[in-house]
Design a binder for this molecule. Sequence first.
Ligand SMILES: C[S@@+](CC[C@H](N)C(=O)[O-])C[C@H]1O[C@@H](n2cnc3c(N)ncnc32)[C@H](O)[C@@H]1O
Length: 437
Amino acid sequence: MTAARALAASIIDAVSDGQSLTECLETFLPRLKTAKDKAFVQAICYGVCRFYFRLDVLLSYLLEKPMKAKDSDLHALLLVGLYQLMAMRVPDYAAVTETVNATDDLNKAWGRGLVNAVLRRYLRDKEKLETQLDEEVESQYSHPLWWITSMQQAWPDDWEKILIANNSHPPFSLRVNARKKSRDEYLKTLSSLNEVIDIIPELPSGLTISPALPVEELPGFMQGQVSVQDGAAQLAATWLALAPGMRVLDACGAPGGKLAHILEIEPALDKVIVVEKDLKRIESIKENLTRLELNADIHCADAADVNTWWDGKPFDRILLDAPCSASGVVRRHPDIKLLREQRDIAKLAKEQLHLLSSLWPLLSENGILLYVTCSVFPQENEQVLKAFLAAHSDAQEDKIITSIGFSREIGLQILPGELNMDGFYYARLKKIPSLNS
Ligand SMILES: C[S@@+](CC[C@H](N)C(=O)[O-])C[C@H]1O[C@@H](n2cnc3c(N)ncnc32)[C@H](O)[C@@H]1O
Protein backbone atom coordinates (compact mmCIF):
# COMPACT_ATOMS: atom_id res chain seq x y z
CA MET A 1 0.00 0.00 0.00
CA THR A 2 2.88 2.35 -0.70
CA ALA A 3 0.88 4.60 -3.01
CA ALA A 4 -1.79 4.87 -0.32
CA ARG A 5 0.68 6.31 2.20
CA ALA A 6 2.03 8.85 -0.30
CA LEU A 7 -1.53 9.87 -1.07
CA ALA A 8 -2.29 10.24 2.64
CA ALA A 9 0.79 12.47 2.93
CA SER A 10 -0.40 14.63 0.01
CA ILE A 11 -3.79 15.02 1.69
CA ILE A 12 -2.25 16.00 5.04
CA ASP A 13 0.08 18.40 3.23
CA ALA A 14 -2.94 20.06 1.55
CA VAL A 15 -4.85 20.28 4.85
CA SER A 16 -1.79 21.83 6.57
CA ASP A 17 -1.92 24.36 3.74
CA GLY A 18 -5.50 25.34 4.56
CA GLN A 19 -7.74 22.97 2.56
CA SER A 20 -10.59 21.08 4.15
CA LEU A 21 -10.11 17.37 4.81
CA THR A 22 -13.53 16.49 3.40
CA GLU A 23 -12.75 18.26 0.12
CA CYS A 24 -9.26 16.74 -0.11
CA LEU A 25 -10.62 13.24 0.45
CA GLU A 26 -13.21 13.81 -2.27
CA THR A 27 -10.47 14.92 -4.68
CA PHE A 28 -7.75 12.41 -3.85
CA LEU A 29 -9.49 9.16 -2.86
CA PRO A 30 -10.81 8.34 -6.36
CA ARG A 31 -7.15 7.88 -7.36
CA LEU A 32 -7.07 4.66 -5.32
CA LYS A 33 -8.50 1.48 -6.79
CA THR A 34 -9.71 -0.57 -3.86
CA ALA A 35 -12.19 0.19 -1.10
CA LYS A 36 -9.65 -1.21 1.36
CA ASP A 37 -7.00 1.33 0.29
CA LYS A 38 -9.55 4.15 0.45
CA ALA A 39 -10.61 3.16 3.97
CA PHE A 40 -6.95 2.90 5.03
CA VAL A 41 -6.08 6.38 3.73
CA GLN A 42 -9.20 7.86 5.25
CA ALA A 43 -8.40 6.35 8.64
CA ILE A 44 -4.81 7.68 8.51
CA CYS A 45 -5.91 11.17 7.46
CA TYR A 46 -8.57 11.49 10.16
CA GLY A 47 -6.12 10.13 12.72
CA VAL A 48 -3.27 12.45 11.71
CA CYS A 49 -5.59 15.48 11.86
CA ARG A 50 -6.94 14.36 15.23
CA PHE A 51 -3.44 14.00 16.67
CA TYR A 52 -1.66 16.55 14.48
CA PHE A 53 -0.50 18.74 17.34
CA ARG A 54 0.90 15.75 19.22
CA LEU A 55 2.57 14.21 16.16
CA ASP A 56 4.07 17.52 15.08
CA VAL A 57 5.73 18.08 18.46
CA LEU A 58 6.87 14.45 18.43
CA LEU A 59 8.44 14.97 15.02
CA SER A 60 10.25 18.07 16.25
CA TYR A 61 11.86 15.89 18.96
CA LEU A 62 13.00 13.42 16.34
CA LEU A 63 14.38 15.78 13.70
CA GLU A 64 17.75 17.40 14.10
CA LYS A 65 16.53 20.47 12.21
CA PRO A 66 13.06 21.47 10.98
CA MET A 67 12.08 20.42 7.43
CA LYS A 68 12.30 23.06 4.72
CA ALA A 69 8.98 24.51 3.48
CA LYS A 70 9.51 22.90 0.04
CA ASP A 71 9.56 19.49 1.75
CA SER A 72 6.21 19.89 3.46
CA ASP A 73 5.08 16.67 1.70
CA LEU A 74 7.87 14.73 3.37
CA HIS A 75 7.00 16.37 6.68
CA ALA A 76 3.42 15.13 6.15
CA LEU A 77 4.69 11.64 5.26
CA LEU A 78 6.66 11.51 8.51
CA LEU A 79 3.46 12.36 10.43
CA VAL A 80 1.68 9.60 8.49
CA GLY A 81 4.46 7.17 9.47
CA LEU A 82 4.44 8.19 13.13
CA TYR A 83 0.65 7.95 13.35
CA GLN A 84 0.74 4.35 12.10
CA LEU A 85 3.31 3.43 14.75
CA MET A 86 1.53 5.37 17.47
CA ALA A 87 -2.09 4.39 16.92
CA MET A 88 -2.74 1.92 14.11
CA ARG A 89 -2.73 -1.83 14.08
CA VAL A 90 -0.22 -1.96 11.20
CA PRO A 91 2.79 -4.11 12.17
CA ASP A 92 5.78 -1.84 12.94
CA TYR A 93 8.04 -3.35 10.25
CA ALA A 94 5.36 -2.88 7.56
CA ALA A 95 4.62 0.69 8.64
CA VAL A 96 8.32 1.61 8.49
CA THR A 97 9.11 -0.17 5.19
CA GLU A 98 6.04 1.07 3.36
CA THR A 99 6.43 4.64 4.61
CA VAL A 100 10.08 4.64 3.54
CA ASN A 101 9.03 3.32 0.11
CA ALA A 102 6.39 6.05 -0.19
CA THR A 103 9.20 8.63 -0.52
CA ASP A 104 9.63 7.32 -4.10
CA ASP A 105 5.99 8.12 -4.90
CA LEU A 106 6.57 11.67 -3.67
CA ASN A 107 9.69 11.88 -5.87
CA LYS A 108 11.72 12.38 -2.72
CA ALA A 109 13.80 9.20 -2.72
CA TRP A 110 16.59 11.19 -1.03
CA GLY A 111 14.37 11.16 2.08
CA ARG A 112 14.44 7.35 2.50
CA GLY A 113 17.23 7.43 5.06
CA LEU A 114 15.63 10.28 6.98
CA VAL A 115 12.20 8.60 7.18
CA ASN A 116 13.77 5.32 8.18
CA ALA A 117 15.88 6.95 10.91
CA VAL A 118 13.01 9.03 12.35
CA LEU A 119 10.55 6.13 12.52
CA ARG A 120 13.10 3.72 13.99
CA ARG A 121 14.16 6.25 16.57
CA TYR A 122 10.54 6.66 17.62
CA LEU A 123 10.19 2.89 18.02
CA ARG A 124 13.38 2.72 20.06
CA ASP A 125 12.53 5.62 22.42
CA LYS A 126 8.72 5.37 22.31
CA GLU A 127 8.05 5.29 26.05
CA LYS A 128 10.33 8.19 26.90
CA LEU A 129 9.00 10.30 24.03
CA GLU A 130 5.34 9.65 24.86
CA THR A 131 5.97 10.70 28.48
CA GLN A 132 7.68 13.86 27.25
CA LEU A 133 4.67 14.64 25.02
CA ASP A 134 2.37 14.54 28.03
CA GLU A 135 4.36 17.26 29.73
CA GLU A 136 3.07 20.07 27.45
CA VAL A 137 -0.67 20.75 27.10
CA GLU A 138 -0.48 21.35 23.34
CA SER A 139 0.91 17.88 22.66
CA GLN A 140 -0.93 16.24 25.56
CA TYR A 141 -4.37 17.31 24.28
CA SER A 142 -3.40 17.75 20.63
CA HIS A 143 -4.93 21.20 20.14
CA PRO A 144 -3.40 24.59 19.30
CA LEU A 145 -2.30 26.43 22.41
CA TRP A 146 -4.62 29.43 21.82
CA TRP A 147 -7.58 27.03 21.66
CA ILE A 148 -6.62 25.29 24.90
CA THR A 149 -6.19 28.63 26.67
CA SER A 150 -9.61 29.83 25.44
CA MET A 151 -11.24 26.63 26.67
CA GLN A 152 -9.52 26.92 30.06
CA GLN A 153 -10.85 30.46 30.43
CA ALA A 154 -14.38 29.73 29.19
CA TRP A 155 -14.83 26.33 30.80
CA PRO A 156 -12.59 26.16 33.91
CA ASP A 157 -14.21 22.93 35.14
CA ASP A 158 -14.78 21.23 31.80
CA TRP A 159 -11.98 22.28 29.43
CA GLU A 160 -10.15 18.97 29.75
CA LYS A 161 -13.31 16.96 29.11
CA ILE A 162 -14.01 19.09 26.02
CA LEU A 163 -10.54 18.59 24.56
CA ILE A 164 -10.64 14.84 25.20
CA ALA A 165 -14.10 14.59 23.62
CA ASN A 166 -12.82 16.52 20.58
CA ASN A 167 -10.21 13.81 20.03
CA SER A 168 -12.68 10.95 20.26
CA HIS A 169 -14.55 9.19 17.47
CA PRO A 170 -18.03 10.59 16.78
CA PRO A 171 -21.15 8.49 17.22
CA PHE A 172 -23.36 7.56 14.28
CA SER A 173 -26.66 9.27 14.99
CA LEU A 174 -29.83 9.12 12.96
CA ARG A 175 -33.12 10.96 12.65
CA VAL A 176 -36.14 8.96 11.64
CA ASN A 177 -38.47 10.81 9.25
CA ALA A 178 -41.61 11.26 11.37
CA ARG A 179 -43.71 11.65 8.22
CA LYS A 180 -42.84 8.10 7.19
CA LYS A 181 -42.12 6.06 10.32
CA SER A 182 -42.00 6.25 14.08
CA ARG A 183 -38.70 5.56 15.77
CA ASP A 184 -40.05 2.27 17.14
CA GLU A 185 -41.12 1.17 13.67
CA TYR A 186 -37.72 2.09 12.25
CA LEU A 187 -35.88 0.23 15.02
CA LYS A 188 -37.55 -2.99 13.83
CA THR A 189 -35.97 -2.58 10.38
CA LEU A 190 -32.42 -2.40 11.75
CA SER A 191 -30.24 -5.45 11.53
CA SER A 192 -29.41 -7.23 14.75
CA LEU A 193 -25.77 -6.44 13.86
CA ASN A 194 -26.41 -2.82 14.75
CA GLU A 195 -26.50 -2.13 18.41
CA VAL A 196 -28.69 0.82 19.44
CA ILE A 197 -26.54 2.90 21.76
CA ASP A 198 -28.71 5.82 22.72
CA ILE A 199 -32.23 7.05 22.59
CA ILE A 200 -32.48 10.60 23.92
CA PRO A 201 -35.92 11.22 25.48
CA GLU A 202 -36.10 14.83 24.21
CA LEU A 203 -35.59 13.58 20.66
CA PRO A 204 -38.65 11.58 19.60
CA SER A 205 -37.03 10.61 16.30
CA GLY A 206 -33.35 10.36 17.25
CA LEU A 207 -31.17 7.34 17.84
CA THR A 208 -27.50 6.41 17.81
CA ILE A 209 -26.33 3.09 16.44
CA SER A 210 -23.03 1.28 16.23
CA PRO A 211 -21.18 0.45 14.09
CA ALA A 212 -21.59 3.25 11.54
CA LEU A 213 -22.77 2.23 8.08
CA PRO A 214 -22.37 3.78 4.66
CA VAL A 215 -25.68 5.62 4.16
CA GLU A 216 -26.62 3.44 1.17
CA GLU A 217 -26.65 0.46 3.53
CA LEU A 218 -28.95 2.12 6.07
CA PRO A 219 -32.39 0.52 5.84
CA GLY A 220 -34.85 2.96 4.24
CA PHE A 221 -32.26 5.67 3.54
CA MET A 222 -32.97 5.94 -0.18
CA GLN A 223 -36.72 5.87 0.56
CA GLY A 224 -36.30 8.91 2.84
CA GLN A 225 -37.14 7.07 6.05
CA VAL A 226 -34.01 8.16 7.84
CA SER A 227 -31.21 10.76 7.78
CA VAL A 228 -27.83 11.02 9.45
CA GLN A 229 -27.87 13.85 12.00
CA ASP A 230 -26.29 14.42 15.37
CA GLY A 231 -28.61 14.52 18.38
CA ALA A 232 -27.71 18.10 19.35
CA ALA A 233 -28.61 19.29 15.84
CA GLN A 234 -32.01 17.61 16.20
CA LEU A 235 -32.89 19.90 19.08
CA ALA A 236 -33.28 22.86 16.70
CA ALA A 237 -36.58 21.80 15.14
CA THR A 238 -37.81 20.59 18.55
CA TRP A 239 -37.02 23.92 20.26
CA LEU A 240 -38.54 26.07 17.51
CA ALA A 241 -42.00 25.32 18.98
CA LEU A 242 -43.61 24.95 15.55
CA ALA A 243 -47.36 24.96 14.93
CA PRO A 244 -49.62 24.56 11.89
CA GLY A 245 -49.99 27.62 9.66
CA MET A 246 -46.68 29.24 10.58
CA ARG A 247 -44.30 30.98 8.18
CA VAL A 248 -40.79 29.74 8.86
CA LEU A 249 -37.38 30.98 7.73
CA ASP A 250 -34.24 28.85 7.80
CA ALA A 251 -31.64 31.55 7.21
CA CYS A 252 -28.44 29.54 6.70
CA GLY A 253 -29.77 26.31 5.38
CA ALA A 254 -27.31 23.98 3.66
CA PRO A 255 -27.12 21.02 3.64
CA GLY A 256 -30.67 21.16 4.96
CA GLY A 257 -30.57 18.81 7.95
CA LYS A 258 -32.48 21.10 10.31
CA LEU A 259 -34.72 22.32 7.49
CA ALA A 260 -35.79 18.75 6.67
CA HIS A 261 -36.43 18.04 10.33
CA ILE A 262 -38.68 21.14 10.57
CA LEU A 263 -40.69 19.91 7.57
CA GLU A 264 -40.84 16.35 8.92
CA ILE A 265 -42.26 17.23 12.32
CA GLU A 266 -44.77 19.93 11.27
CA PRO A 267 -46.36 19.05 7.91
CA ALA A 268 -48.98 21.83 8.11
CA LEU A 269 -46.71 24.89 8.02
CA ASP A 270 -47.93 27.70 5.77
CA LYS A 271 -44.57 28.38 4.12
CA VAL A 272 -40.94 27.47 4.66
CA ILE A 273 -38.23 29.59 3.08
CA VAL A 274 -34.59 28.54 3.16
CA VAL A 275 -31.70 30.84 2.30
CA GLU A 276 -28.15 29.70 1.57
CA LYS A 277 -25.44 31.82 0.06
CA ASP A 278 -23.21 29.08 -1.36
CA LEU A 279 -24.55 27.95 -4.74
CA LYS A 280 -22.77 24.57 -4.57
CA ARG A 281 -24.32 23.86 -1.19
CA ILE A 282 -27.80 24.66 -2.55
CA GLU A 283 -27.52 21.35 -4.40
CA SER A 284 -27.15 19.50 -1.10
CA ILE A 285 -30.42 21.07 0.14
CA LYS A 286 -32.20 19.99 -3.04
CA GLU A 287 -30.83 16.44 -2.82
CA ASN A 288 -31.93 16.07 0.79
CA LEU A 289 -35.41 17.45 0.19
CA THR A 290 -35.89 15.27 -2.89
CA ARG A 291 -34.83 12.11 -1.08
CA LEU A 292 -37.11 12.91 1.86
CA GLU A 293 -39.98 14.02 -0.43
CA LEU A 294 -40.20 17.45 1.21
CA ASN A 295 -40.60 20.97 -0.18
CA ALA A 296 -39.37 24.46 0.64
CA ASP A 297 -38.75 27.74 -1.23
CA ILE A 298 -35.02 27.83 -1.80
CA HIS A 299 -33.11 31.11 -2.28
CA CYS A 300 -29.43 31.42 -3.07
CA ALA A 301 -28.55 34.70 -1.37
CA ASP A 302 -26.80 36.35 1.52
CA ALA A 303 -29.49 36.07 4.18
CA ALA A 304 -28.41 39.41 5.68
CA ASP A 305 -29.06 41.12 2.36
CA VAL A 306 -32.82 40.80 2.89
CA ASN A 307 -33.87 43.04 -0.01
CA THR A 308 -32.56 40.46 -2.48
CA TRP A 309 -34.80 37.60 -1.38
CA TRP A 310 -37.50 38.58 1.16
CA ASP A 311 -41.12 38.98 0.00
CA GLY A 312 -41.90 41.41 2.84
CA LYS A 313 -44.14 39.05 4.84
CA PRO A 314 -43.00 38.51 8.45
CA PHE A 315 -41.99 35.09 9.80
CA ASP A 316 -43.42 33.42 12.90
CA ARG A 317 -40.24 31.44 13.35
CA ILE A 318 -36.67 32.10 12.27
CA LEU A 319 -33.89 29.57 12.57
CA LEU A 320 -30.48 31.21 12.42
CA ASP A 321 -27.98 28.36 12.33
CA ALA A 322 -25.12 30.77 11.97
CA PRO A 323 -21.79 30.17 10.24
CA CYS A 324 -19.33 29.53 13.07
CA SER A 325 -15.96 28.08 14.04
CA ALA A 326 -17.49 24.57 14.19
CA SER A 327 -15.46 24.09 17.37
CA GLY A 328 -18.24 21.86 18.76
CA VAL A 329 -17.95 19.31 15.95
CA VAL A 330 -14.20 18.67 16.00
CA ARG A 331 -14.87 14.95 16.57
CA ARG A 332 -16.40 14.84 13.08
CA HIS A 333 -14.04 17.35 11.45
CA PRO A 334 -10.66 17.11 13.21
CA ASP A 335 -9.05 19.28 10.50
CA ILE A 336 -10.85 22.26 12.09
CA LYS A 337 -8.06 22.35 14.66
CA LEU A 338 -5.56 22.98 11.85
CA LEU A 339 -7.69 25.30 9.78
CA ARG A 340 -9.08 27.66 12.40
CA GLU A 341 -7.05 30.62 13.63
CA GLN A 342 -7.64 32.61 16.79
CA ARG A 343 -8.44 35.78 14.84
CA ASP A 344 -11.27 33.94 13.00
CA ILE A 345 -13.40 33.90 16.14
CA ALA A 346 -13.80 37.70 16.35
CA LYS A 347 -14.53 37.85 12.59
CA LEU A 348 -17.19 35.15 12.92
CA ALA A 349 -18.76 36.91 15.92
CA LYS A 350 -19.09 40.09 13.84
CA GLU A 351 -20.75 38.16 11.01
CA GLN A 352 -23.10 36.39 13.45
CA LEU A 353 -24.21 39.68 15.02
CA HIS A 354 -24.71 41.18 11.56
CA LEU A 355 -26.92 38.24 10.48
CA LEU A 356 -28.91 38.37 13.71
CA SER A 357 -29.49 42.13 13.45
CA SER A 358 -30.41 41.94 9.75
CA LEU A 359 -32.94 39.14 10.24
CA TRP A 360 -34.60 40.46 13.39
CA PRO A 361 -36.88 42.93 11.55
CA LEU A 362 -38.30 39.96 9.58
CA LEU A 363 -39.71 38.34 12.72
CA SER A 364 -43.38 38.93 13.55
CA GLU A 365 -44.46 40.25 16.95
CA ASN A 366 -44.49 37.37 19.47
CA GLY A 367 -42.44 35.43 16.93
CA ILE A 368 -39.46 33.31 17.94
CA LEU A 369 -35.92 33.35 16.59
CA LEU A 370 -33.70 30.41 17.47
CA TYR A 371 -29.99 31.23 17.32
CA VAL A 372 -27.77 28.17 16.94
CA THR A 373 -24.07 27.51 16.50
CA CYS A 374 -21.97 24.37 16.70
CA SER A 375 -19.36 26.34 18.61
CA VAL A 376 -18.12 26.21 22.18
CA PHE A 377 -16.49 29.66 22.11
CA PRO A 378 -18.59 32.12 24.18
CA GLN A 379 -17.53 34.94 21.80
CA GLU A 380 -19.71 33.34 19.11
CA ASN A 381 -22.52 32.51 21.48
CA GLU A 382 -23.66 34.34 24.60
CA GLN A 383 -21.43 37.34 23.81
CA VAL A 384 -23.14 37.82 20.43
CA LEU A 385 -26.54 37.49 22.10
CA LYS A 386 -25.60 39.94 24.84
CA ALA A 387 -24.52 42.57 22.32
CA PHE A 388 -27.69 41.97 20.31
CA LEU A 389 -30.06 42.21 23.28
CA ALA A 390 -28.35 45.40 24.48
CA ALA A 391 -29.16 47.02 21.12
CA HIS A 392 -32.72 45.68 20.65
CA SER A 393 -35.30 46.66 23.24
CA ASP A 394 -37.98 44.62 21.44
CA ALA A 395 -36.05 41.37 21.96
CA GLN A 396 -36.09 39.20 25.05
CA GLU A 397 -34.80 35.77 25.84
CA ASP A 398 -37.39 33.00 25.79
CA LYS A 399 -35.61 30.50 28.05
CA ILE A 400 -35.47 26.93 26.80
CA ILE A 401 -36.62 24.64 29.58
CA THR A 402 -34.58 21.45 29.42
CA SER A 403 -32.26 19.29 31.45
CA ILE A 404 -29.81 19.22 28.54
CA GLY A 405 -26.70 21.43 28.48
CA PHE A 406 -25.33 24.19 30.69
CA SER A 407 -27.54 27.20 31.22
CA ARG A 408 -25.51 30.33 30.37
CA GLU A 409 -26.17 34.00 31.11
CA ILE A 410 -28.11 33.88 27.84
CA GLY A 411 -28.94 30.59 26.12
CA LEU A 412 -27.53 27.16 26.80
CA GLN A 413 -24.44 25.27 25.81
CA ILE A 414 -24.17 21.59 25.06
CA LEU A 415 -20.56 20.51 25.34
CA PRO A 416 -19.20 17.86 22.95
CA GLY A 417 -19.74 14.40 24.39
CA GLU A 418 -22.78 15.28 26.56
CA LEU A 419 -25.28 12.46 25.97
CA ASN A 420 -22.96 11.44 23.11
CA MET A 421 -23.90 14.64 21.24
CA ASP A 422 -21.89 17.31 19.43
CA GLY A 423 -21.19 20.68 21.02
CA PHE A 424 -23.97 23.17 20.22
CA TYR A 425 -25.14 26.52 21.55
CA TYR A 426 -28.83 27.50 21.54
CA ALA A 427 -30.56 30.76 22.43
CA ARG A 428 -34.23 31.47 21.85
CA LEU A 429 -35.44 35.05 21.44
CA LYS A 430 -38.95 36.40 21.39
CA LYS A 431 -40.13 39.65 19.81
CA ILE A 432 -42.03 41.82 22.27
CA PRO A 433 -45.08 43.47 20.66
CA SER A 434 -44.76 47.24 20.35
CA LEU A 435 -47.00 49.30 22.70
CA ASN A 436 -49.00 50.90 19.89
CA SER A 437 -49.88 47.63 18.16
C1 LIG B 1 -23.94 25.75 10.10
S1 LIG B 1 -24.23 25.62 8.40
C2 LIG B 1 -25.95 25.33 8.35
C3 LIG B 1 -26.35 23.89 8.56
C4 LIG B 1 -27.81 23.66 8.26
N1 LIG B 1 -28.67 24.52 9.02
C5 LIG B 1 -28.20 22.21 8.52
O1 LIG B 1 -28.73 21.92 9.58
O2 LIG B 1 -27.99 21.38 7.64
C6 LIG B 1 -24.18 27.29 7.91
C7 LIG B 1 -24.53 27.52 6.45
O3 LIG B 1 -24.74 28.92 6.28
C8 LIG B 1 -24.24 29.31 5.03
N2 LIG B 1 -24.03 30.76 5.14
C9 LIG B 1 -23.01 31.43 5.69
N3 LIG B 1 -23.21 32.74 5.66
C10 LIG B 1 -24.42 32.93 5.09
C11 LIG B 1 -25.19 34.07 4.76
N4 LIG B 1 -24.75 35.29 5.05
N5 LIG B 1 -26.38 33.89 4.16
C12 LIG B 1 -26.83 32.65 3.86
N6 LIG B 1 -26.13 31.53 4.12
C13 LIG B 1 -24.95 31.67 4.73
C14 LIG B 1 -22.99 28.47 4.85
O4 LIG B 1 -22.64 28.37 3.48
C15 LIG B 1 -23.44 27.14 5.45
O5 LIG B 1 -23.98 26.31 4.47
